[in-house]
Write a protein that binds this ligand. Structure first.
Ligand code: M6R
Length: 612
């Protein structure tokens, strides 16, 4: 969603801000803008890409050592030049950029129109900067105080940056519900929605907490206070992120790079946590809650999108291995449907970005009912990682492609470790079986590497099926979430309609769709309900559907029926999602490339969904 960058220091702001906007492109956006102060407050913005903004400002005055820049993902008002950020205040003395939603903007706007304010855009953001200036003038207070007072009137979520023509040595930042990081350099500050625009300049950062305001003055130390006027001491942390992780490293797209990183990212999520030789699983981040987890009567998993699919795999794992009942909930439904939450429930929140608004709200709800909340996040220092009682990072490294790939397999890896650990503690698994599974899990990164060798074959397959307008993905048991994930990947990046279904459910409806035009991807690996899946394939063939089957190496039965088979290495049934997902990621990737789609930044999508 919206991306924010700010700079104040001795250097020219423009190149730093533009570089930052390019780094934030992955978040998803539809317009971009920039404001810089020297003797004047200059503001340029345009619909389209950051490169369009760069062209737009050519030949214009962009000098100045303090500035703010923004990529906007439209919520209030269509994506156009006027609605793009930054927005001026009434007098054009202030400029503001904003990520989030001001829910009571309509009421505030009406009041200010009554006081003579004129608005140019349809945005909630413009209302906020008018309000700040209105307070500054009418209450005769400093800009910092006006921001604080205004934020007390606002309902909703915000990460904001403000600069002023009158004070080129001051930049104000504030956040509630939307992320904001401040990088501290030598007499300079870099501010952004996440660390990616900051990392090449400094590793020292402060994550703004909820309802905090940062007063960033040239040549002074960073000052923080809450919107309730309480002074805070900045907590400086060191970034672990490195620059190479944010670049394509020779791959055509981030998504392909991230698919290929999976042997490593799965290994990284197990590193220091799994020792198969000694039979040890140790998740340090949640060790204080081990007993609670082991004795849990129920686990509730909350997540959205791909993370929700990982949660479904988690349900199978926890129930199978640890015999704990699990409910997997869409965070957006959970938060509004008056769920029954008990104090002894364990809630596991899964999120790559750690910023998903619905997941955050669902966590707050469960927390308020006394449940224990554990997080599985990828982005270090993210909001979800900070609001949960404890948690484990997936350590998959930055995921830039909007379509989640390596984060999914890392989430599943972590859930697998958790389920194995609890099963072992509870005694719901035989020791010999436990040791066998740990050994097999350790071999998964190599097996993913082996699976990636199907890439050329998948490319050929993609060529055949770029014509298709619909796809069906079928799987049973552990492979049902894989089918859902395969279908989501295809629709996200290739804009082809795809549905994931439990294979046996097909005959209760979707079978009506099957004809000779319909590709049906079936995950038909050799364990669990394999024979039943073979029957489901026969049902599709009987109606002339085209079968693309993901099978275990050496399979014979499905080979006889399917139009195309893609072989993956043999593994335990519960680890199949970690392998079977890979060819489906590649299939969607190649189809999207062949259809000339913007793979890394698909239309309408945002990488972190910070609005509900
Ligand atoms: O950052 P999160 O894991 O909380 O994000 C959840 C979904 O928005 C995300 O998985 C989305 O579905 C992806 N685009 C899937 O590829």
């Amino acid at each position: 969603m919206c991306g924010i960058v700010g700079y104040i220091g001795p250097k020219q702001a423009f190149p730093i801000l533009m570089k930052g906007l390019y780094r934030l492109e992955y978040r998803g956006y539809d317009s971009a803008g920039i404001a810089i102060v020297d003797s004047d407050l200059k503001l340029y913005k345009t619909k389209g890409k950051v490169s369009d903004l760069e062209k737009f400002v050519q030949g214009k005055d962009i000098s100045g050592t303090i500035g703010i820049a923004h990529t906007r993902w439209a919520t209030h008002g269509e994506p156009n030049d006027i609605n793009a950020h930054p927005h001026y205040s009434q007098s054009k003395n202030l400029a503001l950029i904003h990520n989030g939603i001001i829910e009571n903007y309509a009421l505030l706007k009406e009041e200010m129109i009554g006081r003579g304010h004129q608005f140019n855009s349809d945005t909630d953001t413009e209302v906020l900067i008018h309000l700040i200036e209105d307070i500054q003038i009418n209450e005769n207070v400093s800009l910092e105080e006006a921001v604080r007072m205004a934020l007390n009137q606002v309902i909703g979520a915000y990460a904001i940056l403000i600069i002023s023509r009158d004070n080129p040595d001051l930049l104000i930042a504030a956040r509630k519900g939307s992320p904001m990081v401040i990088g501290i350099g030598d007499d300079e500050f870099f501010i952004a929605s996440d660390a990616s625009p900051i990392v090449e300049f400094t590793k020292e950062v402060v994550y703004l907490e909820e309802e905090e305001i940062a007063c960033i003055r040239r040549g002074e130390k960073l000052k923080l206070k809450t919107i309730h006027n309480k002074d805070k001491t900045p907590f400086i942390q060191s970034l672990e992120l490195n620059l190479e992780a944010l670049e394509k490293g020779g791959y055509e797209h981030f998504m392909l790079k991230e698919i290929y990183e999976q042997p490593q990212s799965i290994m990284d999520s197990m590193r220091g946590r799994l020792n198969a030789e000694k039979g040890i699983v140790k998740l340090g981040g949640i060790s204080d809650y081990e007993n609670k987890l082991t004795n849990a009567k129920r686990i509730i998993i909350i997540a959205c999108g791909t993370s929700w699919h990982a949660g479904l795999v988690g349900e199978y794992l926890f129930e199978d291995l640890a015999r704990i009942p699990v409910e997997v909930e869409y965070a957006s439904e959970f938060r509004y449907r008056h769920p029954i939450i008990n104090e002894d429930d364990i809630v596991i929140a899964i999120s790559q970005s750690g910023e998903t608004a619905d997941t955050l709200a669902a966590i707050e709800l469960a927390k308020s009912k006394g449940a224990t909340i554990l997080g599985i996040c990828n982005v270090v220092g993210s909001s979800i990682a900070r609001v949960t009682h404890a948690g484990s990072y997936t350590h998959a490294g930055p995921e830039i492609g909007v379509a989640s790939t390596k984060a999914f397999t890392a989430q599943v890896t972590l859930l697998t470790l958790m389920a194995l650990d609890i099963a072992h503690r509870k005694g719901t698994i035989e020791m010999s079986r436990y040791r066998q599974l740990l050994n097999e899990l350790e071999s998964i990164p190599d097996k993913v590497r082996e699976t990636l060798k199907v890439d050329d074959q998948i490319k050929e397959l993609a060529r055949i099926y770029t014509y298709a307008r619909n796809f069906l993905y079928l799987g049973r048991g552990y492979n049902f979430p894989v089918a859902l994930e395969g279908a989501l990947k295809l629709k996200e990046i290739s804009y082809i309609h795809a549905e994931g279904y439990p294979a046996a459910e097909m005959k209760h409806g979707p079978i009506a769709l099957i004809d000779r035009e319909m590709p049906v991807v079936v995950i038909a690996t050799n364990k669990g309900t394999y024979d039943k899946v073979v029957s489901n394939i026969q049902e599709v063939k009987a109606r002339n559907g085209k079968i693309i089957a993901i099978v275990t190496k050496g399979d014979t039965a499905v080979k006889k029926l399917a139009d195309y088979v893609v072989e993956i290495p043999e593994t335990e049934e519960l680890f199949v999602p970690l392998l079977a997902t890979v060819p489906l990621q590649l299939l969607s990737y190649h189809i999207a490339v062949m259809r000339d789609c913007n793979v890394d930044m698909p239309r309408n999508l945002a990488k972190s969904v910070t609005v509900e």
